[in-house]
Write a protein that binds this ligand. Structure first.
Ligand SMILES: Nc1ncnc2c1ncn2[C@@H]1O[C@H](COP(=O)(O)OP(=O)(O)OP(=O)(O)O)[C@@H](O)[C@H]1O
Length: 246
């Protein structure tokens, strides 16, 4: 895909829960190869927005196009195929505690690869994904035997195994110490370079954001309030933007 093609387009999206109007005519475009960070206060709707992008949550109005497909026009099978191209790294990692690292990585392949492909290629794919995150030696370990940073890496490896074109990260460094947070941020940069994936990252962590963001969007009062590079927004005089950097 050539540079500057929108990979995700969100147009005038509204989403309410009862009388809680979370997204208000929210619009954004994300271009191929970008590392876009969405910054907003707790409860501002960042998770709701990325869940709308993979249709885990239905919007009330507006449109969302991902990799050229209007997600509201897709049937269940097409939506599933599209979801294989979109990696979602949950804040909780969502690893299965009763499965080994290898079994955790096999899980998405069971859903999206044929039995024949799995028999031929799963072992090599699992090893490569683990090598990408520097954890090949943990292949037979259980998640409980790993540190928080290692679990985050395994969750990322499980996302990478399907070679997603778009990766959605929900607060990837929350709960990690600053050094581990930096390592994860560096890994996200490395992954973006290796696979030329497009990343949409929700984060409050200014150190992480400063490292990874090519561009940022401020989600304020349900709207795309401002967009720019870290340095542009850091230098903004608008009080609503300034408070994030203080
Ligand atoms: N399934 C749901 N049902 C009802 N309300 C919801 C649901 N999901 C989210 N909300 C509400 O939508 C608002 C935005 O939530 P969201 O999780 O997107 O916030 P956030 O910006 O990601 O916050 P944080 O940084 O704390 O994770 C909150 O008021 C939340 O209570």
């Amino acid at each position: 895909m050539e540079k500057r093609t929108p990979v995700v387009t969100v147009e005038n999206v509204n989403k309410s829960f009862g009388d809680n109007h979370v997204l208000r005519d929210f619009s954004m475009k994300v271009e191929a190869g970008e590392n876009l960070v969405i910054l907003g206060k707790s409860g501002s709707g960042k998770s709701v927005l990325i869940k709308c992008i993979i249709k885990l949550i239905e919007t009330d109005s507006g449109s969302i196009t991902v990799l050229g497909k209007d997600i509201d026009a897709l049937g269940e099978d097409e939506l599933n195929r599209l979801r294989a191209d979109i990696g979602f790294l949950f804040q909780s990692n969502a690893l299965y505690d009763s499965m080994t690292v290898k079994e955790n990585l096999l899980f998405p392949l069971r859903r999206h690869w044929s039995k024949e492909d799995r028999e031929k290629m799963a072992d090599a794919a699992i090893l490569e994904a683990l090598e990408d995150v520097g954890l090949a030696h943990t292949i037979n370990m259980m998640p409980a035997e790993l540190s928080g940073g290692m679990r985050k890496r395994i969750a990322l490896a499980r996302t990478l195994i399907l070679r997603p074109k778009v990766i959605l990260y929900d607060e990837p460094t929350t709960g990690l110490d600053p050094i581990t947070g930096r390592e994860i941020s560096q890994l996200m940069i490395d992954v973006q370079k290796k696979y030329n994936a497009t990343s949409i990252v929700i984060s409050h962590d200014l150190n992480c954001i400063k490292m990874i963001a090519n561009r940022m969007i401020m989600l304020i009062n349900g709207k795309n309030y401002a967009s720019g590079t870290f340095h542009e927004l850091e230098a903004a005089t608008d009080s609503k933007i300034k408070e994030f950097f203080e």
